[in-house]
Design a protein around this ligand. Sequence first.
Ligand code: PMP
Length: 321
Amino acid sequence: MRPLSPQFRSFPWAISTAEAARIAGIEPRDVLRFDGNTMPGPPASAKPETIAAALGSIQSYAHGGHPELLRAIADYAGVGPEHVVLGAGADDLIMLCGRSFAGPGDRVAIADEPTYLSYRIAVWVAGAEVSDESPVLTFCCRPHNPTGALVDLPAARPLVVDEAYFEFCRDSAASLIDDGVIVIRTFSKAFGLASARIGYALAARETAAELNARQSPAPVSTLAVSLALGGLESPPDVGPTLEERERLAARLRELGLEPLPSVTNFLFVPLDEAPRVEQALLRRGLLVRGYDNGIRITVRDARDDDRLVDELAAIRAGRAG
Ligand code: PMP
């Protein structure tokens, strides 16, 4: 195989719920995941009837693609369907952008690092290197993972703006698609469909055509398409999540912690002993995403979030380690 950058690391998936349960000595159903930035439960539209028709013709290919979904996404995003590219989640579209714009010898910039790791993987797998020097492409995560901030939009072009958390703030770079910007979004977060693996990119007409030409054949399943259509029929109300985020932030501040301001469904909490706290929470069946300098907490619901706050308080008081 063609060797990759010596810096290459594959995507660091979190441990399974079954493994977390084993470590904590509890049942998998009692594990609480605050590490995936997903919704605490499935959307109402994720029911058998939503996928029944797709199941009825699951033996055949979706000849002609998914015009109904392209139209529904286009209406939702305020563009024409010729601007939409489908993918198996935002990650698939990040990889598509990487290989479409960059190859061996090229450099690709990533704004506001450290940030989401898929950009690096897309660059490395394309055979390119991550660097700010004359990049052929720039990735920007906006809203920013892991801080939750609505970071400044880089002036660089071409620019990929990953808007995985768009629904939580509704600030978008979509008006710039005819100015060298590609927007990537997903049904994994606010729409609650992470395991369906479906997302989309918005781009200028010619760019979208080029990306579609470079996309793998039939990248999304008809089951995922049906679920996405069901979601778009009644887009999520993120109001309760945003309210709960602010309540959780206030509770964390009561502990003397200082969560960063967030426009997303997660909070970054700077901590001196983040790895120790992450491990201590894991032993109690609670998963958060640990970084060297803090932990990232997905907003769930009041009951789960209060449990997390209580465990954090106990760990910080030294009562549990
Ligand atoms: N971009 C960001 C910023 C993310 O946080 C995530 C999910 N963790 C993704 C993309 C990947 O999303 P998807 O499930 O659509 O591949």
